[in-house]
Design a protein around this ligand. Structure first.
Ligand code: NAD
Length: 278
């Protein structure tokens, strides 16, 4: 039997509508400042989509575009200026940055309460300690998808493949907070397929096309595919299509996790504007 597909497009649309309604109820429209350094085509498309959806939701688009050879101090100045500006509610520094820039130092200049990507060390600490704060958009979106699909997390064994600061680590923390038993796998994990086969919920964010095959999935498990790759045969994820016949529920690529990331960014911008992180 084929897995039930978890429709990220539909869930993301509901969140965007809710965000637009929340924005309409505020006295002042929230302002989101995206910062794009250079002209990487993929980053330009991502930032363009964020800006467009921000405006559609009724928020103010406060974009900054800096040249690829901009010095570290000049990017820092822009972040400091946006940080001090009360009409800016959220600041997003689009990654990756050109190699000469120190991304960690720049991210940590963003005030935690304007850090709508949830990547500063303060927000990572708040997440780890289960305190209110802005959460990274992609793993927060995965949690919403699991809830919308009615997946019980309490006591479930959740296996996360990938330990990046952007996805894998915060994902494991969020699952732990929901009382799942969380196991984190990475590139040095031995017997990856056999660890994954123990999962009731398997979240794959390894950045390796079709890494997870049917042999790594327990029949009926829920599989969330965060990966996205452009191949000669079109888009694919980190999960092989054969898993469709084994999993109980699965996010498609495209149309699964992808649409959730920007929807959660918009939601985080409302949280930042209202300083309500609950
Ligand atoms: P990353 O490269 O920073 O991290 C990848 C992680 O996977 C690392 O921790 C690494 O140890 C692990 N890994 C790599 N090869 C492995 C292997 N063979 N076995 C087990 N673990 C392995 O990537 P990331 O930023 O976390 O992104 C992961 C994927 O998710 C990418 O495909 C990326 O494009 C995608 N992504 C999608 C969205 C979205 O909105 N849909 C958002 C962020 C990332």
């Amino acid at each position: 039997m084929s897995a039930t597909l978890i429709d990220g497009r539909a869930v993301a649309e509901r969140i965007r509508k809710q965000v637009a309604a929340d924005v309409g109820a505020l006295a002042t429209s929230p302002g989101l400042a995206t910062i794009l350094v250079g002209d990487d085509p993929a980053s330009a498309i991502y930032v363009g989509n964020k800006r467009k959806q921000c405006v559609t939701a009724g928020m103010r688009d406060l974009h900054r575009h800096l040249p690829a050879d901009v010095p570290q101090a000049a990017v820092a100045d822009v972040i400091d200026e946006l940080a001090a500006e009360p009409s800016v509610d959220g600041i997003l520094l689009q990654l990756p940055l050109p190699k000469h820039l120190d991304a960690v130092a720049l991210i940590d200049r963003i005030p935690p309460d304007k850090d709508v990507d949830g990547l500063t060390e303060v927000n990572a600490g708040r997440l780890t300690l289960n305190r209110p704060g802005l959460r990274p958009c992609t793993p927060a979106g995965v949690l919403v998808l699991l809830d919308e699909a009615g997946i019980e997390l309490g006591g479930a064994h959740a296996v996360v493949v990938g330990r990046s600061d952007l996805v894998g680590k915060p994902m494991a923390q969020l699952l732990l907070q929901r009382n799942a038993t969380a196991t984190v796998c990475h590139s040095r994990t031995r017997e990856l397929a056999s660890v994954c086969r123990q999962a009731d919920v398997l979240v794959v964010a390894a950045g390796v096309p079709r890494l997870i095959g049917a042999d790594a999935v327990r029949p009926g498990a829920t599989v969330i595919d965060v990966g996205i790759h452009r191949t000669d045969d079109g888009l694919c994820g980190d999960v092989d299509r054969g898993v469709n016949e084994i999993a109980g529920a699965l996010t498609p690529v495209p149309g699964g996790v992808g649409p959730m990331t920007i929807a959660m960014l918009l939601r985080n911008t409302v949280f930042a504007a209202t300083q309500d992180f609950t």
